[in-house]
Design a protein around this ligand. Structure first.
Ligand code: PLP
Length: 450
């Protein structure tokens, strides 16, 4: 599952230079199996429970092959009208499945990180500080502030670095016991910053944080954003997809007051990496931040969207095709069934953990991710951290499953994520049995050595 390759193994098996003459495909494929496959970690395996578990629906493999066969570059409408228009239509379908207002329009990016960078660039442009023309250097500008929490995904801080905001201006707002941003603390921080002459630029609320899948109170955060005329970006990369379920629609409550929202079909909508959807209320601001048409790209059509105007990149893959294939193959009901099954499996796993005195649940688990740890005996926290880390290494080294870990309140937690469409109850049960088996061995070893 987790590749057993050591650093440098793959490089050492490959020649230093490209072959001078073409080679038969059998030789290439032979080396693919011999050299590449041992260096692959099997993301598409039903017992891959690490990070956010994902899956590529079989039909999307065909969509990717078709997109590559046609080698479409969807930079301008005219460079493949079908790619641009299918993207508009499919993103409108998804918007309606998620219950997001029609006031938002969608744009596909490769990843949520690039979508987040684009949203922050738009937030900076919306300040009307003439940064597009005059830049940020050699002139007086207020400090531009970005508000996140300790649980916000790291791409936001990276975007702030790249956009010249500076890490010192990325402010971490305190969270409550369930790891959710405290809106009153946000309000106080913004008021303090304003008094110091700083300029709030963007608030980032997360629906489904990476470590624990906690959800910030978007509604209350949106009122603070409105009050201070600050861009609100909602990062719903993983958990936003669950709003396709009527019983989880409330995950996106309040997002209609946001300026931008990102959801990742490549996380939990059975589309292979990469495909991330950014919904923006004012696409003209994104366009203002990025549009720059070189002479060789001039085009004569009116009333069409040229997606190259909405981001840094010019060339764009035909990503909408794979999302279209998934939505049509499964239909909304089929997708709902799969999401419900993942959530139910995660809840059942959490029940097994809760009922065993040697283990504990360490964070709320409303969706398909469970954070837990071995907690047996009267061991000191540091010892428990070490035990859990050894357990993680042991189960992953078994090759039978792959889980990851995180830190919650400074303590090591194991994280089991369910998101592969082929994961069965038997797979989750096998993971639990393997965890318990390795836990007894590690504990016995530890007790012998004390
Ligand atoms: N936002 C959240 C909440 C995430 O969990 C992740 C990745 O796990 C990202 C953003 C980044 O996603 P991507 O890999 O699409 O850039």
């Amino acid at each position: 599952m987790l590749s057993a390759a050591r650093p440098g193994d793959v490089t050492a098996a490959l020649p230093e230079n490209a072959p001078a003459r073409g080679e038969p495909f059998e030789n290439i494929f032979h080396d693919f199996e011999r050299i590449i496959m041992p260096g692959i970690t099997h993301w598409n395996h039903p017992r891959f429970f690490a990070y956010f578990s994902i899956s590529a629906a079989p039909v999307t493999v065909l969509a990717e092959a078709l997109a590559a066969t046609l080698d479409v570059n969807a930079m301008l409408w005219r460079t493949s009208p079908a790619a641009t228009e299918l993207e508009e239509v499919v993103l409108a379908w998804l918007r309606s499945m998620l219950g997001i207002s029609q006031a938002f329009s969608g744009i596909v990016y490769d990843t949520a990180s690039i979508a987040g960078f684009t949203a922050l660039a738009a937030a900076r442009e919306a300040l009307d500080l003439d940064i597009r023309e005059a830049g940020m250097t050699a002139r007086e500008l207020p400090a531009l502030r970005v508000y996140i929490t300790d649980h916000t995904h790291s791409h936001i801080e990276k975007a702030a670095i790249a956009l010249g905001i500076g890490r010192a201006n990325v402010v971490r707002i305190p969270v409550d016991d369930a790891f959710r941003m405290r809106p009153e603390a946000l309000q106080e921080q913004i008021e303090r910053d304003r008094l110091r002459g700083m300029r709030p630029m963007c608030i980032v609320a997360t629906v489904g944080t990476t470590s624990t899948t906690s959800t910030d109170p978007v509604d209350a955060i949106a009122s603070v954003a409105r009050k201070h005329a600050t861009w609100l970006h909602v990062d719903a990369a993983y958990a936003g997809i669950a709003a396709i379920l009527p019983e989880h629609r409330d995950l996106l409550a309040g997002v209609d007051s946001a300026d931008s929202i990102v959801v990742n079909p490549h996380k939990w909508l059975f589309v292979p990496i990469d495909l991330s959807c950014l919904y923006v209320r004012r696409p003209e601001i994104v366009k203002r931040a990025f549009s720059l048409t070189a002479d060789y790209l001039l085009t004569s059509e009116d009333n069409v969207r040229n997606y190259m105007d909405y981001g840094l990149q010019l060339g764009r893959r035909f990503r909408a095709l794979k999302l279209w294939f998934v939505l049509r193959t499964y239909g909304v009901e089929g997708i709902q069934r799969k999401l419900r099954r993942h959530i139910a499996l995660a809840q059942e796993f959490a029940d097994w953990v809760r009922r065993d005195h040697d283990w504990e649940i360490v964070a709320p688990h409303p969706l398909s991710v469970v954070c837990f740890r071995l907690s047996s005996g009267a061991h000191a926290q540091r010892t428990l951290d070490a035990l859990n880390e050894r357990l993680l290494d042991a189960v992953n080294a078994s090759g039978e499953m792959f889980i990851s870990s995180t830190k919650i309140n400074g303590r090591t937690a194991l994280r089991l994520a369910i998101g592969n469409e082929r994961t069965t109850r038997g797979d989750v049960r096998a993971a639990w049995d393997l965890l318990r088996r390795h836990a007894s061995e590690i504990r016995a070893l530890y007790e012998e050595n004390v």
